[in-house]
Write a protein that binds this ligand. Structure first.
Ligand code: SF4
Length: 335
């Protein structure tokens, strides 16, 4: 497989009235052609800031990309401007957002919106664009596509709107699809249908997917590799089987334990105590330390570097830092 996206040491900030907030801090990962990478973490962990940084969709200012690189097929998206970027967006990289109603224009028919995107990116005439729009609606499983193509978004159910958004995103056969919580606003049965549809499209078209969600069950079903983020930082990265079988970061372990499953009998749902920190009041050292059951003195003052645990498995946690022996870690443990 060839690498389609390489993110290296990405740093994204927001300037607020109360100071500068680092939303993405030194994040690096790759996506191979045709694979699904899951980006997980609780709300406010910086997942969406990563996706919007890739497409350069953050308003600059107040946002700013302060460092790193985002190589798409070897070319740095961070050095691209205007027309060059517009060609990549929609054509090569497409995005599906969480709430389709906010992304669809209520005063244009679904067909017009699909055709606009197809004409803009593929240069087809109106007749060919309409035929392609109907074909895409069929592909995403919308019944009577040749009729509903002339309907307005409010006539579509939530699931149909999300399908229409997927049709729009895939209408130009993108090499990379960024799906930001694409099923969160949908009920479970529709969610299952949309996931099935995305899997099917990935297999048929070979699109790579960056799947952003806080829902680990969805990741377990969809992803090949997983990146776990907390407070803008990448905490653990592994292939999906390793991550679920042998999670090494206390935050990943907490997320997995909090996941409801039908396999384990538990009287109460587990949860990670505390909340994601306010970015303006970020704790020093490892930002997870106020919530971490294994926190040590060193965690309060210093953020560990990345430790490679195996092929494609890395973690940022003092518990795995080679510089500390087990007795030292025990001695350093916060009372
Ligand atoms: Fe917990 Fe320390 Fe590891 Fe952070 S570095 S996750 S506080 S043990």
């Amino acid at each position: 497989m060839s690498t389609i996206l390489e993110i290296r040491s990405l740093q994204t900030s927001f300037n607020t009235e109360k100071g500068k907030v680092r939303a993405v801090d030194n994040v690096s990962f790759d996506i191979q052609a045709g694979e699904v990478v899951g980006l997980v973490g609780e709300s406010g962990c910086g997942k969406t800031a990563v996706s919007l940084s890739i497409l350069r969709l953050l308003p600059e200012p107040p946002a700013s990309i302060d460092g790193g690189s985002i190589l798409f097929e070897g070319t740095d998206l961070l050095t691209m401007k205007g027309e060059q970027l517009r060609r990549i967006r929609g054509n090569d990289i497409a995005m599906i957002f969480q709430e389709p109603m906010t992304s669809l224009n209520p005063v244009y028919t679904i067909g017009n919106q699909l055709m606009e995107s197809i004409q803009l990116h593929q240069g087809l005439d109106q007749k060919a664009a309409r035929a392609r729009a109907i074909e895409m609606l069929r592909l995403v499983g919308i019944p009577r596509a040749d009729e509903v193509v002339d309907e307005y978004p409010h006539r579509f159910s939530g699931g149909m709107r999300q399908r229409a958004m997927i049709a729009m995103a895939l209408s130009c056969d993108p090499k990379l699809l960024i799906a930001d919580e694409p099923t969160t606003a949908l009920d479970v049965t529709i969610q299952a249908q949309i996931l099935e549809l995305m899997r099917d499209l990935k297999d048929r078209i070979g699109t790579a997917i960056l799947f952003i969600t806080h829902d680990l069950s969805v990741i377990a079903e969809m992803a090949d590799h997983v990146v776990v983020m907390y407070a803008g930082k990448m905490m653990e990265k592994a292939d999906v089987h390793t991550l679920f079988r042998d999670p090494q970061h206390p935050y990943t372990q907490g997320l997995i334990r909090s996941r409801p499953t039908i396999e384990k009998e538990q009287s109460r749902l587990m949860y990670i105590p505390g909340n994601v920190p306010n970015p303006l009041e970020m704790p020093g050292g490892c930002p997870f330390h106020p919530r971490c059951p294994h926190a040590m003195q060193v965690c309060v003052h210093s953020m560990p570097g990345r430790t490679e645990l195996g092929k494609d498995h890395s973690v940022r946690c003092w518990l795995h830092h080679e510089g500390l022996t087990k007795p030292e870690k025990r001695k350093l443990r916060v009372a």
